[in-house]
Ligand binder design. Structure first.
Ligand SMILES: Nc1nc2c(ncn2[C@@H]2O[C@H](COP(=O)(O)OP(=O)(O)OP(=O)(O)O)[C@@H](O)[C@H]2O)c(=O)[nH]1
Length: 691
């Protein structure tokens, strides 16, 4: 079997928008018009096909990112759903990496909203070519031209109109296509309403001419010959004009703007045309960079079927019908169901079992997939988001991923035995889907601890546990993941002796406890000679030490970067046991940590605030009051980017505070940077709270 479409007929693109701008509705209409989704689910009925999970519908944000395949004008479109919330930067960034272009949907009444700013700037960061769709032109207060101006004012974009609207609000009937210089008018508002090409209405002739010149002038900049011809009085024809606009989008020279009303079924077909005409194919995006698995040298993979097979897993989801599915983008080569591949990121063999193509309402089993495809794989063993799967004989690692340390924790306590079982299952699935989410057990209390990157991140996981997995549980308040370490060397000689009838307990250990290199964690070594502590008791010693390492002496936080050496000890023929050595070592280490000047460490976050200039002063003042250290300040487009290091403990509730003093226009992202000693005044407070 051969590929269905040549790779330059592929468009892997995302739709990005502020909440409620109409991303879901637009996607639904695209799926309808491309003929794959025949039953349309309105968002307000809660039946939309892209929003898979109840949590998303209720919160009105799209958390998961799914990919859907459809076809338009003999092109193969893969729509990659992009989430947009600040706490999900990993998912946003992951999906931005695998898509070649994007459609930015604006609410025609609201223009560029705060979240549009966020996603726009993220797309800038990843250099994603994009076109703009001004939606909701039928809505009261819709103003196309204000939206265009907004793109300049708010995000320093370079809008160039390819269409202007005919009518507005309830009189919105269609658009003028400035490339063809024709009116496109829809016959009614019904789904699937037909449309006709007409002459431009007389009252819009001047406006159309004005915007047409702006378009042509911007377009001819892309090509010397076209520019020369234009200066000599010849405008490019429609085909040339489209090519020039395509070049402009690929070079990020400007952002073409279209308009319509997804809800009233107007403007969606021309939007699809624009996706095909202007957004890049995988070929336009060129070779992808990677690292050769064997030589560790930089290498590349070309977007062709002839190059060795490689693909990147960008999203793992739990599907009620087929179990775990892994969404992958194939960058080079081809792959068949049943083929053996290597997960080069983890150096593990895998077999490609079932391969699925996801459409909006159905899934199709496929036997082969090719460069450019986005496929869903069922039944992979151990693949995480960001892993590369490839040809074992030409292995490559496409991306080395580093996930930020999860630094917020909450405790979760299932209410019954049945809940405990459900919880265990659910948590292992969630942890596989999202590498920034981790689970551990508190050794002291036996509680299950969830770790994540932010308050909302964990909030949503808890929501999923309760709703999707029906786990009934008590949830603790979110806490900072503090750590403890020691500052100086200590030597402890400890004897555990107990004599109460029958056999007694006896164990003596001599430990050297010292700071270890940062990042080395806990290390233990036994240097005992001459059998003063017999070998069979060493596991007891280690067990005792580990129990303290999990929960330090200051406030019960894990102890890091400590080296413990057993240098000597003593035992008793009858009274010694592994248990006695465990007890002795435990007590010895606790004493050592006290003597070794234990301190608390706290996570310091690298915070990036992007704000309109007006709020720069307030942002900086506020960060200072949060014990933040400003690292620098820069311009990105017309926004100010402020970088700071701030203790996580002082970042709770930041999102609301920032929104309130910037009218919702400033945004931030943060990620863990390093651990640092808590200043003593603050440490006393923390200890009082947790000890
Ligand atoms: N008047 C009007 N309403 C629209 C249009 N498109 C979408 N809507 C409505 O706007 C609301 C939000 O639309 P969605 O498609 O859910 O927006 P979204 O961007 O996907 O929102 P999230 O999934 O919450 O991020 C819904 O009530 C839609 O019916 C439009 O063209 N005109």
């Amino acid at each position: 079997m051969a590929r269905s479409h040549p790779i330059d007929h592929y468009r892997n693109f995302g739709i990005m928008a502020h909440i409620d701008a109409g991303k879901t509705t637009t996607t639904e209409r695209i799926l309808y018009y491309t003929g794959k989704s025949h039953k349309i689910g309105e968002v307000h009925d809660g039946a939309a096909t892209m929003d898979w999970m109840t949590q998303e519908q209720e919160r009105g944000i799209t958390i998961t990112s799914a990919a859907t395949t459809c076809f338009w004008r003999d092109n193969r479109l893969n729509i990659i759903d992009t989430p947009g919330h600040v706490d999900f930067t990993i998912e946003v960034e992951r999906s931005l990496r695998v898509l070649d272009g994007a459609v930015c949907v604006l609410d025609g009444n609201q223009g560029v909203e705060p979240q549009t700013e966020t996603v726009w700037r993220q797309a800038d960061k990843y250099d994603v070519p994009r076109i703009v769709f001004v939606n909701k032109m039928d809505k009261i207060g819709a103003d196309f031209y204000r939206c265009v101006q907004d793109i300049i004012d708010r995000v320093a974009g370079k809008p160039v109109c390819l269409q202007i609207p005919i009518g507005s609000e309830s009189d919105f009937v269609g658009v003028i296509d400035l490339i063809k210089m024709k009116a496109i008018v829809w016959n009614g508002e019904a789904l699937g309403a037909s449309f006709e090409e007409k002459d431009i209405p007389a009252d819009l002739a001047d406006k159309a001419a004005e915007y047409r010149s702006k378009l042509v002038e911007a377009a001819v900049e892309m090509d010397d010959a076209a520019m020369e011809a234009y200066l000599d009085g010849t405008e490019p024809n429609a085909e040339t004009l489209r090519k020039l606009v395509r070049t402009a989008v690929q070079r990020r020279a400007f952002h073409p703007v279209l308009c319509g009303s997804a809800f009233k079924n107007k403007g969606v077909q021309p939007l699809l045309d624009a996706v095909v005409d202007f957004l890049p194919s995988p070929v336009d995006r060129g070779a992808v960079e990677g690292i050769d698995f064997k030589t560790e040298e930089p290498t590349t993979r070309n977007p062709t079927d002839e190059d060795p097979f490689s693909m990147l897993a960008f999203k793992i989801m739990d599907d009620p019908f087929v179990g775990t599915i892994t969404f992958c983008r194939i960058y080079s080569g081809k792959v068949e169901a049943g083929q053996g591949v290597i997960n080069s990121t983890r150096d593990k063999k895998e077999r490609v079992g079932r391969m699925l193509l996801m459409h909006a309402n159905n899934r199709e089993d496929i036997k082969e997939a090719y460069a450019g495809d986005i496929v869903a794989l069922a039944g992979l063993k151990d693949v995480r988001t960001g892993d590369t799967l490839c040809d074992p004989t030409h292995a490559v690692i496409l991306e080395r991923m580093e996930f930020p340390e999860p630094v917020i924790t909450i405790a979760i306590e299932p209410k019954s035995k049945a809940d405990q079982e459900k919880l265990g299952l659910a948590l292992s699935k969630l942890a596989n889907e999202d590498p920034s989410f981790r689970v551990s057990t508190d050794q002291e209390s036996g509680q299950t601890i969830l770790k994540g990157m932010g308050e909302l991140h964990l909030d949503i996981k808890v929501d999923i546990l309760k709703r999707t997995y029906k786990v009934d549980a008590n949830i603790g308040a979110p806490q900072v993941a503090y750590r403890e370490t020691l500052t100086k060397k200590a030597e402890i000689d400890y004897t555990h002796k107990k004599q109460t009838g029958g056999t007694g307990q006896f164990a003596r250990v001599k430990l050297v406890i010292e700071p270890n290199e940062t990042g080395k964690g806990f290390e233990f070594e036994s240097k005992v000679v001459g059998g003063s502590v017999p070998k069979e008791y060493i596991p007891g010693v280690e067990k005792g030490l580990n129990s303290v390492i999990g929960s330090g002496v200051l406030a019960g936080f894990p102890v890091v970067d400590v080296k413990v050496t057993l240098i000597d000890g003593a035992f008793h023929e009858v009274d010694s046991s592994a248990l006695a050595f465990e007890i002795a070592s435990r007590a010895a280490l606790r004493e050592g940590l006290q003597k070794g000047g234990s301190v608390l460490l706290e996570p310091i976050m690298k915070v990036e605030v992007v704000t309109p200039e007006d709020y720069t002063g307030s942002v900086i003042g506020d960060l200072n009051s949060r014990r933040g250290q400003i690292q620098g300040q820069d311009m990105r487009g017309n926004a100010v980017v402020i970088n700071a290091m701030v203790p996580l403990a002082n970042m709770f509730g930041y999102v609301n505070q920032l929104r309130s003093f910037s009218q919702g226009r400033a945004n931030y992202t943060m990620q863990f940077d390093h651990y640092e000693q808590v200043p003593s005044a603050v440490a006393a407070e923390v200890q009082a709270k947790y000890a």
